[in-house]
Design a protein around this ligand. Sequence first.
Ligand code: TRP
Length: 464
Amino acid sequence: MKSIEKEPDAPIKKEGFTTGFAVFFATLGSAVGLGNIWKFPYLIGANGGGAFLIVYLFCIIFACMPVMVCELFIGRKTRSNAVQAFEKLKVKPFWKSIGFMGIIAAFLIMSFYSCVAGWVYLYIFKAIKGDFAGISAQSAAAQFSKASVGIISPILWQIIVIAVVSAVIIAGVQKGIERVTKTLMPILFILIIICDIRSLTLSGASQGLDFLFRIDFSKLTAQGILVALGLGFFKLSLGMGTMLTYGSYYTDDNNLIGTSAKVAVSDTIVSILAGVAIFPAVFTFGMGPDNGPGLLFMTIPLVFSKIPFGNVLLVAFFFLTAIAATTAMISMMEVPVAYLNESKKIPRKKAVLSVAVIIMLIGILASLSADGASLLGGAKVFGLTFFNLFDFVSSNILMPLGGFLILIVVGWFLSKKDFEYELSNKGSINTKTAADMLYLVIKYVTPVLLIIVFLNTLGIIRLS
Ligand code: TRP
């Protein structure tokens, strides 16, 4: 026998987060992202305010938290990356496809996310320079198209974002991810509260709050419910191995159900605070509510520039948005990096650099197609620009599918005992009732909800 003896799967002590605080801030850092600022506040307002919030919380409890707990459970139990985890679970090789799909989704999301984050970084500097002083609606639009349509500037800023995120990840789980999220998340909170206070003291504050919070069930449609579900998935970074990978760094004594709930609630609070910072100002200056790039890069500079000390506010606002986008991207990039590092034994630095190069290459396609007037703005695949295609495939197909498969593997192919054992931190805390209920939801309720969403996305059923 000339087999080379390899170390059997010796329990190598893998680097992880050090405290419960670190676990919380890193996970929240992943959840809080561009979604809180340019998607959530607008969607609340447009879909019936408080009514949408109620539905959203319902989706969080019955669809998102179950997926999140499943991912954290698999991650911490196996202490492995998104692909290797399924090898360690000793399930059929098919399930590894969840991990590979997650990695593909991570690349697709990062490609357009880094493009938008690049504009945000640029806008911090533009705000510091005072570029928005006294601008009109036209010049706000002109400045945005200059920032997003060109070739050199968008790509350069995108590369800067990727470099910043890479530097954090190269530093490692503790010295990079943990340290950065623990420092930046509290700063984000403080900045958003400063923006809130200023916005609430404007004359249109009550109108803005009315748009956000008035409970109007007549605006809530079945489509709105699906929007809430999709939003919850995106917000909590689910279905693509992010939470699984972070779960593998969790401390042994972390209460997984508790952390999921705390993160979901805090993330929702950040979205509401963002809405409170934005809409009072928007209504005070007679603008209409908007979302996406229009809101972030045109309406906000326009209205904030009209407020006394608005420029300081703009710097604060873009800075907090940059923090949100950066910590979210860190959690996406960690998915392929952990895979290459642990499964393929590529040193961390080399793994990060290879991933960074791939993101840049795909990211350039996103950057050059972000606007109709961009170089590749007219190029369509399946009727979508690259930018929109990457968003559609990742958000509407890969993420819900990944979430669905994770529920199925946990609910139907792993043992309930293992699930309860891990959630109770190997028997040291009493979570039996919660785990039992959650298990039922995982097995029967959430998969059905996700199938409905999926059939609707594919146009097989139409909820109106
Ligand atoms: N949650 C982030 C946001 O709201 C985005 C995000 C980070 C994400 N990691 C993810 C989305 C993983 C999907 C999957 O902006």
